[in-house]
Design a protein around this ligand. Structure first.
Ligand SMILES: Cc1cc2nc3c(=O)[nH]c(=O)nc-3n(C[C@H](O)[C@H](O)[C@H](O)COP(=O)(O)OP(=O)(O)OC[C@H]3O[C@@H](n4cnc5c(N)ncnc54)[C@H](O)[C@@H]3O)c2cc1C
Length: 382
């Protein structure tokens, strides 16, 4: 496995203690993977950039932490990776298959360590990072921000990047609709060996449940289109399914699931001097919920477009990687829409998918949002 990233900042360094300035050229709202990738690239090119993150640290997120072979696996350092899996186990009500490849297909990462590492890369490149900084509103000249002490202040800025996740304030301010999937996750204090995907339309509609082992814990959860399943029903179904799998934790009772959203309604990245990245841009997969790689790739793309606009270059086209991501995103959305037609449609598609995988008529990598390995890193100088 190749892991490109060198660490130019220590994993545990203290990010975000900065005070919020009165003005900056570029303000990035949200310090998830999209915002931090955007900040790193902008700062490495010499731009004045400030990241505003409402949480008190970087990386904490309701997430299974799965990263795929063609995307993030090439981009993160070894210390962020928890486990790698050359074998995948996929089941439906009627089939159970085991897929094996010589190279890892998927790995798991610790989101807090990924966030800390990416914040270190952005800071090392020269970005300013503020935690405990919640953006309350967008104005004609910039932003209204509440800082960690509760003080509300104005921040003047030229460009605003909305990297603020699936329920993005920037997206809402732009008047754009969203299409959301709901995900539930818990990190169980147990060690499991197999990475498993469970397609079970009666329980998860067009979505699926997963068991993704980490180093000393296991991510267990499920994902479904929010139009087909609400959080409460999904929670009941996950608990039922977990008990069927023998995963119920007798000591702590039913796993305590945390809910999060992904947005898959892509409508563009550039809206004048306002930009959208990652989940705010609706770039996650409607089929799998994969969103870390799309966030990072779109963060870098938006950085390149802002740099181009600052130097007077306009009409820039998207990179082949971004075009490939958008194509894959549309394909996933189409399949998810077909599976979302009803129980019969999702059951037939699930069984057909497993059959085609078993016959090797379809490649599991088509589930990945990246179709080619990146030729860049997240820690280069420019
Ligand atoms: C249950 C679940 C499991 C998932 N599993 C996977 C997986 O295995 N693999 C994968 O690739 N993807 C997974 N995803 C999706 C993935 O987590 C997201 O797509 C990804 O984190 C998106 O990155 P982002 O930078 O766009 O947004 P986020 O990571 O959501 O970051 C947005 C940041 O903005 C901050 N913010 C929001 N509003 C404001 C504001 N007003 N002011 C300041 N800060 C603000 C938030 O605190 C947050 O830190 C999962 C999602 C869920 C819900």
């Amino acid at each position: 496995m190749s892991t490109a990233a060198g660490s130019s900042a220590p994993m545990g360094c203290n990010h975000g203690a900065e005070a919020i300035p009165a003005q900056t050229d570029i303000a990035i709202i949200g310090g998830g993977p999209g915002g931090l990738a955007c900040a790193q690239r902008l700062a490495a090119a010499g731009a004045q950039v400030l990241v505003l993150e409402r949480k008190t640290s970087f990386g904490r997120k309701v997430c299974a932490g799965g990263i795929t072979c063609h995307g993030m696996l090439h981009l993160v350092p070894q210390e962020v990776i928890e486990r790698v899996f050359p074998v995948q186990h996929i089941c439906s009500p009627r089939q159970r298959i085991r897929l094996e490849e010589p190279q890892p297909i998927i790995a798991t990462v610790n989101r807090e360590r990924l966030g800390t590492w990416m914040a270190g890369q952005a800071q090392a490149a020269g970005a300013r990072l503020c935690t405990g900084a919640q953006v309350m509103a967008l104005t004609d000249t910039g932003l209204v921000v509440r800082n960690a002490t509760g003080r509300v202040q104005e921040l003047r800025c030229g460009h605003v990047v909305g990297a603020d996740g699936a329920r993005s304030l920037v997206r809402r301010t732009l008047g754009l609709s969203s299409r959301l999937s709901i995900g539930l996750n818990t990190m169980l204090p147990v060690e499991r060996e197999q990475m498993e995907w469970h397609l079970h339309p009666r329980l998860f509609a067009s979505g699926y449940a997963w068991i993704f082992p980490h180093a000393t814990t296991t991510s267990l959860g499920a994902f479904s289109d929010a139009r087909l399943m609400n959080a409460k029903r999904l929670q009941t179904h996950v608990s039922l399914w977990a008990a069927q799998q023998g995963i119920e934790n007798r000591e702590s009772g039913v796993p305590s699931l945390q809910a999060g959203w992904v947005n898959y309604d892509y409508q563009g990245l550039c809206f004048g001097r306002r930009w959208l990245v990652g989940d705010a841009a609706g770039l996650s997969s409607a089929l799998t919920g994969e969103g870390i790689y799309p966030a990072v790739l779109s963060g870098r793309a938006v950085a390149a477009m802002i740099l181009a606009s600052q130097s007077g270059r306009t009409g820039q086209s998207f990179s082949p990687e971004l075009e490939a991501l958008l194509k894959r995103q549309r394909q996933h959305r189409r399949v998810a829409a077909m599976a979302g037609q009803g129980l019969l449609a999702s059951a037939l598609l699930a069984e057909l998918f497993l059959l085609l995988l078993r016959l090797r008529a379809i490649d599991f990598h088509r589930l990945e949002m990246a179709s080619v390995a990146p030729t860049w890193t997240l820690s280069e100088e420019s």
